[in-house]
Design a protein around this ligand. Structure first.
Ligand code: MN
Length: 248
């Protein structure tokens, strides 16, 4: 072996050793991260606080896994990627970025709108779902009665609005600081937060939220989804909205 190629080999070996010796960065998310781990960065996929099969037969485990571990994870990974060249995205509160979405530069606006919108929407979505979610009561029920015509009318109107949303999107209940509720829909991953509003709760009507189990039967999914709502969490968010502390 010539001294030149030996030198190359030694250099290469030293490089490998340096990489192997580099400290492994461990993120808090690692224990619950999906198989395709998101890029490191300021945005974190919130782990589900319940098992993925807890909503069966209303939502199947496979749909929950793909929805959380792949779809939501992709929005988070995309935000971490864009935050590498736009670090202010990682240091500004999410609701402030979304609330001023049109102030962003044109070269990042579209990506942030879709992916940070998706991150906010899904973070809310997992939060307001839970096993044995009970029924609305207290101030939330009073607001539903006052502003939305009672629980039955509210659920029917919410389902109808979700059914009318053409293509991908969301159906939300927005809440003002005075506690007033309204049903609103948005396309894609848009959020009422982009209009300076706050979201009490919402349902995802993208096909990825239901297609494995329901195929084209979105109306059946919308009806069944109510069995997954965690009303205690909705009440917490309602109180936070009135206190002015509700973010995403
Ligand atoms: Mn979704």
């Amino acid at each position: 072996m010539s001294s030149i190629s030996r030198r190359h080999l030694l250099t290469a070996a030293a490089g490998v050793a340096a990489i192997a010796a580099a400290p492994r960065v461990v993120f808090a998310q690692a224990a619950t991260a999906p198989a395709a781990a998101p890029a490191a960065g300021p945005f974190v996929l919130p782990p589900l606080t319940y098992a993925t099969n807890v909503f069966e037969p209303h939502i199947d485990a496979k749909t929950m896994e793909i929805h959380h571990d792949k779809h939501h994870a992709a929005y988070v990974a995309n935000m971490n990627a864009i935050a590498q060249t736009n670090p202010q995205l990682g240091t500004t509160p999410i609701e402030d970025i979304l609330g001023n979405i049109n102030a962003l530069n044109d070269n990042i606006k579209f990506t942030v709108r879709n992916n940070l919108g998706g991150h906010a929407n899904h973070t809310m979505f997992w939060q307001i779902m839970g096993a044995n979610g009970g029924k609305p009561d207290g101030e939330v029920l009073a607001a539903i009665d006052k502003d939305l015509g009672g629980l039955e009318k509210f659920q029917n109107d919410f389902n109808a609005a979700g059914g009318r949303q053409f293509g991908s999107g969301w159906v939300f209940v927005t809440v003002t600081k005075a506690g007033k509720l309204a049903i609103e829909t948005r396309p894609n991953q848009d959020s009422p937060i982009m209009d300076g509003k706050r979201v009490l709760m919402g349902n995802d009507v993208w096909e990825h939220a239901y297609y494995l189990n329901y195929q084209n039967r979105r109306a059946d999914y919308l009806k069944a989804w109510w069995n997954t709502v965690n009303w205690a969490k909705v009440s917490e968010r309602y109180a936070a909205a009135k206190a002015g502390t509700l973010t995403i």
